[in-house]
Structures are given as C-alpha cells and as structure tokens.
Design a protein around this ligand. Structure first.
Ligand code: ADP
Ligand code: MG
Length: 404
C-alpha cells in the first residue's frame, strides 16, 4: 500500500527505499517530497530552498543515485560544497543512500594530499563531492574530467557565495558540458543567489518551501543580556544547569574560540575548539570526538563550523553575536535538525540591541529574553521520536499563526 507522504509514493526504486529505511527515515521532508519526483521525471534545472537540516542532501541524492549508470566509468555528477567538512559529510550521506548500487563516490578537498585523490579519481568515480579550490586544481592538471556530466550540483549555494567562491564556480562550470542538469540548493535565498541562478542555469524550476520563518520552530530561541565581563560565568551557569549539555558555542575570532575552550577545559568541562588555524587532521579529530560526544562543548568560529551536521545538539550558544543576520540562521541551524528539539541562546551586550533586532527582523519571529538559570527547564517536553518531520510541519503552522 502506498501511503500518501511516503517515500514509495515519490517513485523511488526498491533499492533506494530499502536504503532510506535502513537510515531510519520514515517519511520524506517537504523539500524531498517536491524535488525527488521532479528529478526522477527527467532532466531539469532546479533551484531549491529549504531551512537547514531539512534533508536537502537526500532530496537531490536519492534521485541522482537512481539515474547514475554504475557501469559507465566516468564522472556523472559533480557536487560542489563550500567546506571540507561538508565534502566529507555529503559524500557520506550519499554513500549511505546508494543501497546495493555500486556507485563510486569520492570526496575531494584541499588540505588533504592530492595523490590519493588522483588515485581515487583514476578508479572510475561516478560522483565527485568537492570544494571549489581543489576541484579547480584537479581540472587544471587534468586529473578530473567533467565534460560528460548528467548533474552539476551547487550545494549550500548561499554559503558558497558568502565565502567568495563565485569566480571559482564559474570557472568550474566552464569545464562542463552544456547538456546537463544544474541543481542549486540553499538555506536562504538572497537576491544574489537568484541572479546567479538566472545567469548560469538557463531555465530552472524554483522549489521554495515558503516557510513562514527561516528558522525551524523546534529550535527555542532566546537571548540573555550580559556584559562582557559576565559572559564566561553566565556560560558556565548555563552549562551547569543543563544536565545533558551538548552544544556549539560561537565566538567571533579564532583566538577567542581557542582561549574560551582552553578556559573551559581547564575547569574540567569536556570542551574543545574548532577554528581555521587547525590542520585538516586536527579538525577531523576534533569533529570525531564531538560526534562521539567525547567533546560536549565545541567552541567554534563561523567559518570552521559551516554546515556541520551533528544530530541531537541540545544548544547553540552565540557567545558573540554573528557579523550578519544570515550567519545567525546558519549558526542556529546546527540545532533543531531533522525535527529534533534544541535551544539557541544568544548573549547580547549592552550596545547590541540593534543587532539583535536586525536578526529578529530577518527571521521574522521574536527572540525571547531569558536568563542562564531559566535554561534549566527540561529540554524536551515530549519524548523524541525517531522521525519528527511530521511534527515539525504541524508546529511550523502554529508558529506562523502566532507571528501573524
Ligand atoms: P540540509 O542539507 O537541508 O541542511 P541534510 O541533508 O544535511 O540537511 O540533512 C539533515 C539530517 O536529516 C541528516 O542527518 C539526514 O540524514 C537527516 N534526514 C534527511 N532526510 C530525512 C528524513 N526524510 N527523515 C529523517 N531524517 C532525515
Ligand atoms: Mg545541505
């Protein structure tokens, strides 16, 4: 029986369905419901926008995995992502969705020796997931050929633009064949993204989730007014009052992040930092310890933490306000993923009210005032179900009704 709202109803093969089931997905997310049938139906350019953590990877991943010919030993899909961590993460997510199909997927990124990548590419990879800089290196030295793509995917397009990858992406596109599908996915949709899409994609279908807010409703957003000198103690209080604290703490600079993590660790907290000064191997080690929750407090800078997908974070703390409202959305998008509940707490200094209001204006919901101690309320009023996409669809409607 094909239930409406089920993965079966989207036209996926048995193989994909069992992969999806093995991952524990019981129901497609809204963006998956729209994008999967479109891509299965044939060649199309798509620009898709949906909140972070709503399964955009599987939205394009499942259908392209179905369309790829595992016997043809050439690159058929190129996925461009803004950071190394994302390259690893997206390649991993795709690998977990391929079922028994023998599609070869290779992450390719800077900071890792190029030789193993070259050997990997020589073995007939069908999907390459990479960061723009390293992909260009391979194209220039002809260790990667992308002249016969079925799909070119620009994932986290807003981030790629933010991080100044537009020129690199343009160059990469000039190496590709024209008769491919170009797919762009993004959490936010600033004007610039749309104009890039219009310029480089030709005709495309816009799939926008029409969300009432840019942030997911199961992320509880509050702020705490605090002076600079009180920040550290407030953070400790907040952590001490949350029995299962597991979160990201955002700082403005590498230096600040390192210093804060050290101070916490010296006082016995399971804290570490993630910032741009670490080598790739160090970053991976920190991330692994965080994923296994050996590190429970990860102090990070914006750039270092782009797109990190760690499930079940209890908190995202803005120890320092982000530079712009978009970064706020990306930061707090690290919690409330796949329908799970989480808290986003922002420290606001005496002169930062205006910045806070700019954020509220952009996300279109008010951020409540709170204190470190009021964070002690239980994290989840109801038990966490494995899949709460249904629930967040319902709760989203409630939020939009409230803000109207
Ligand atoms: P996005 O790219 O939209 O930020 P991701 O593709 O990284 O989101 O997915 C976020 C998390 O949700 C991942 O851990 C993914 O495995 C999970 N996920 C994706 N689709 C579903 C689904 N239909 N049901 C449950 N979890 C899902
Ligand atoms: Mg994504």
């Amino acid at each position: 029986m094909q239930k409406k709202d089920s993965f079966q109803a989207l036209g996926l093969s048995m193989d994909s369905l069992s992969a999806v089931q093995a991952k524990g997905f019981t129901q497609p997310s809204p963006i998956q419901e729209k994008v999967i049938p479109l891509l299965l139906a044939g060649n199309k350019n798509i620009m898709g926008q949906a909140q972070t953590g709503t399964g955009k990877t599987a939205a394009f991943g499942l259908p392209i995995l179905e369309k790829i010919d595992p016997r043809a030993r050439e690159v058929q899909a190129l996925v461009l992502v803004p950071t190394r961590e994302l390259a690893i993460q997206v390649a991993g997510e795709l690998a977990s969705l391929r079922g028994r199909k023998t599609v070869k997927i290779l992450p390719v990124y800077g900071g890792q020796s190029i030789q193993p990548q070259i050997r990997g590419l020589q073995q007939g990879v069908q999907i390459v997931v990479g960061t723009p800089g390293r992909i260009l290196d391979h194209l220039r030295q002809k260790t990667l050929r992308i002249h016969n793509l079925a799909y070119c995917i620009l994932d986290e397009a807003d981030e790629m633009l933010n991080m100044g990858f537009l020129e690199d992406v343009k160059k990469i596109l000039s190496f590709t064949n024209t008769n491919k599908s170009t797919l762009m996915f993004s959490a936010t949709m600033p004007q610039e993204i749309l104009s890039v899409a219009r310029k480089y994609m030709g005709d495309f279908e816009l799939v926008q989730m029409g969300e009432a807010t840019l942030t997911v409703p199961q992320t509880d957003q509050t702020f705490i007014p605090v002076r600079d000198t009180e920040k550290y103690l407030t953070l400790c209080q907040l952590i001490d009052h949350t029995p299962e604290f597991y979160g990201l703490v955002f700082c403005r600079t590498k230096h600040e992040a390192r210093k804060l993590a050290k101070r916490l660790a010296n006082q016995g907290y399971a804290a570490d930092s993630l910032h741009g000064n670490l080598t790739q191997a160090q970053r991976e080690k920190v991330m692994m310890r965080f994923r296994k929750s050996a590190v429970r407090i990860l102090v990070a800078t914006d750039v270092a933490s782009r797109g990190i997908d760690v499930m079940n974070l209890s908190h995202v703390i803005n120890y320092a306000l982000p530079q712009d409202p978009e970064s706020y959305v990306h930061r707090i998008g690290r919690t409330g993923r796949a329908g799970k509940a989480g808290k986003a707490v922002t420290f606001v200094g005496p002169n930062e009210d205006r910045k806070l209001r700019a954020i509220e204006k952009m996300i279109r919901i008010p951020i409540r005032k709170s204190s470190a101690l009021s964070q002690a309320v239980p994290l989840q009023a109801e038990p966490v179900k494995k899949n709460r996409f249904m629930d967040w669809r319902r709760s989203r409607t409630q939020v939009s009704a409230r803000t109207r």
